[in-house]
Write a protein that binds this ligand. Structure first.
Ligand SMILES: NC(=O)c1ccc[n+]([C@@H]2O[C@H](COP(=O)([O-])OP(=O)(O)OC[C@H]3O[C@@H](n4cnc5c(N)ncnc54)[C@H](O)[C@@H]3O)[C@@H](O)[C@H]2O)c1
Ligand SMILES: [Fe+2]
Length: 381
C-alpha cells in the first residue's frame, strides 16, 4: 500500500505573511538566517508578531550547511525559552536547523513539542514541506540527511517579497536544486502519480521562469512562480525521495564546500546520461530502462523532445548544460577554480563510499557500484 499525505498547511500568494497576524501562540522563537536579520528582512516577521501581541526571541546563529554544533545552540535556547512555536526564516540551512532543533529538543524533553512554521527566503530546497534535514559534520567531511515524518513543518509561508534580495548566483544554484529535485523525484523508484504530477509542474515552471528570475531579481511574477516550484518539487521528493545526484552532491558539499544547488547542477547532465544509459556514442535500441520514458516526458515539458529516445535524451542533457551556462554555473568541478586536482582525486574514493551510504541514493533508478560512482566523480572533474 502507498499513501500520499501533505502534512503542511501552505499559505501563499499576496500578503501570505499576514498569516502571522492570526497566530494563536503567545510566545515564539524565531530561528533566522543572519542575512535575514542584518538586511532587516526579519522585520517583515517581527513587526507582524508585535502587532499580534506575540512575544518572541530571535536565534540567528545559523550558517550554510549547518553543523550539529549550531543545532545544539538552538536546542539550548529552545529549551530555555520553551516557545509554543518555532518560526524558521531563511534558506534551507535555517529551516533544516530549526527542524533538527525541534526533533532533538523533543527527544531531550518529550513534553516539549512546539509547532513549526517555515518561511523560506530562497527558492530551492523545498525544506518547508519535507521530512528531511541535512546536517553536516565538518570534521569528518560528511553530510547527514536526517529523515523523519515528525520533522515536517506544520505550516509553510511562501511570500515572494522575501526572495527578491537573493543574488543571481544563489538564484541560479537554488533554481537548479529545484530542477534536480523534480528530475530525481520523477525517476525515483518510489515515484507515484501524485509525486509525478508535482514534479512535472515544478519542471514546467523552472523552464518558464528560472531564467527570468535569474536575469531580473525584481520580476515578482517569476519570483512567485519559482517560489511555488520549489515547494512543489519539495512535495514531490518528500513522497518519492531523491537519487544518486543528491547522494553525490552531499559529498561535494561536505568535502569541498560547493554550494548544494551548484553541486547538483554540475552533476545533473551526467546523471541523466548514467541513469538512461545513453551517452553521445549510443545507438538506438529496441528497449530502454523505464527512466528513459520519464526523462523523455520531462524533455517534452521543456520543449526539447522529438520522436527518438536517444536524440531526446541528448537534447535534455544539452538543455541542462545550456541552463548552467546561461546562469554562469561552471560545467565541471575544475572550472570552479577553487579545488586542486590532486586534492579532488584523493577524495574520490571516500566520497563514492559515502554517496553509496547516503539515504537519497537508495531510490535512484539505476543501482550504482562504487566503481561507477568513482567514475562519475572523475567525469565531472
Ligand atoms: N531539507 C531538505 O529537504 C533539503 C533539500 C535540499 C537541500 N537541503 C539543504 O539546504 C541547504 C541549502 O539551502 P539553500 O540552498 O536554501 O541555501 P542556504 O540556506 O545555505 O543559504 C545560502 C546563502 O543565501 C543567503 N540567503 C538566504 N536568503 C536570502 C535572501 N532572501 N537574500 C539574500 N541572500 C539570502 C544565506 O545567508 C546564505 O549565505 C544545504 O545544507 C542543503 O543540504 C535541504
Ligand atoms: Fe537539494
Amino acid at each position: 500500500m502507498k499513501n500520499f499525505t501533505v502534512n503542511t498547511k501552505i499559505c501563499f500568494g499576496e500578503k501570505a505573511l499576514d498569516r502571522l497576524l492570526t497566530l494563536e501562540y503567545r510566545k515564539v522563537l524565531v530561528i533566522a538566517d543572519p542575512f535575514v536579520v542584518t538586511s532587516g528582512l526579519i522585520t517583515q516577521v517581527t513587526d507582524r508578531l508585535q502587532k499580534a501581541g506575540i512575544t518572541y526571541e530571535v536565534y540567528d546563529d545559523v550558517v550554510p550547511d549547518p553543523p550539529m554544533e549550531k543545532v545544539v545552540g538552538g536546542i539550548r535556547v529552545a529549551l530555555q525559552q520553551r516557545p509554543a512555536c518555532l518560526i524558521a526564516i531563511g534558506g534551507g540551512s535555517a529551516i533544516d536547523l530549526s527542524k533538527s532543533v525541534r526533533k532533538f529538543a523533543g527527544e531531550i524533553d518529550p513534553v516539549f513539542r512546539p509547532q513549526l512554521i517555515a518561511i523560506p527566503t530562497t527558492s530551492g530546497t523545498g525544506s518547508e514541506v519535507t521530512s528531511f534535514a541535512v546536517i553536516t559534520d565538518p570534521e569528518k567531511g560528511v553530510k547527514y540527511p536526517l529523515s523523519e515524518e515528525s520533522m515536517i513543518p506544520d505550516e509553510a509561508i511562501l511570500d515572494e517579497e522575501l526572495v527578491k534580495s537573493v543574488p543571481a548566483t544563489i538564484t541560479a544554484d537554488t533554481g537548479m536544486d529545484v530542477m534536480t529535485h523534480a528530475f530525481e523525484a520523477y525517476v525515483s523508484v518510489n515515484n507515484n502519480e501524485f509525486s509525478a504530477a508535482l514534479a512535472e509542474k515544478a519542471v514546467e515552471i523552472c523552464g518558464q521562469f528560472l531564467l527570468r528570475s535569474f536575469s531580473d531579481s525584481g520580476d515578482s511574477h517569476a519570483r512567485r512562480k519559482m517560489h511555488i516550484a520549489s515547494c512543489l518539487a519539495g512535495l514531490a521528493f518528500n513522497s518519492a525521495s531523491l537519487g544518486l545526484n543528491h547522494g553525490m552532491a552531499h559529498q561535494l558539499g561536505a568535502t569541498f564546500h560547493i554550494s548544494h544547488g551548484r553541486a547538483n547542477a554540475i552533476l545533473l547532465p551526467y546523471m541523466i546520461e548514467y541513469n538512461s544509459g545513453i551517452d553521445m556514442h549510443s545507438k538506438s535500441k529496441a528497449e530502454y530502462p523505464p527512466c528513459v520514458r520519464k526523462y523523455c516526458n520531462m524533455a517534452r515539458i521543456l520543449g526539447v523532445s522529438n520522436f527518438n529516445e536517444i536524440t531526446t535524451i541528448r537534447a535534455l542533457v544539452s538543455y541542462v548544460q545550456f541552463m548552467n551556462k546561461e546562469m554562469n554555473i561552471p560545467l565541471s568541478v575544475s572550472a570552479l577554480g577553487s579545488i586542486s586536482e590532486e586534492d579532488y582525486n584523493s577524495k574520490i574514493e571516500f566520497m563514492a563510499e559515502m554517496a553509496l551510504k547516503d539515504g537519497c541514493t537508495a531510490t535512484n533508478p539505476r543501482t550504482p557500484t562504487k566503481q561507477e560512482v568513482m567514475e562519475l566523480y572523475r567525469k565531472i572533474w
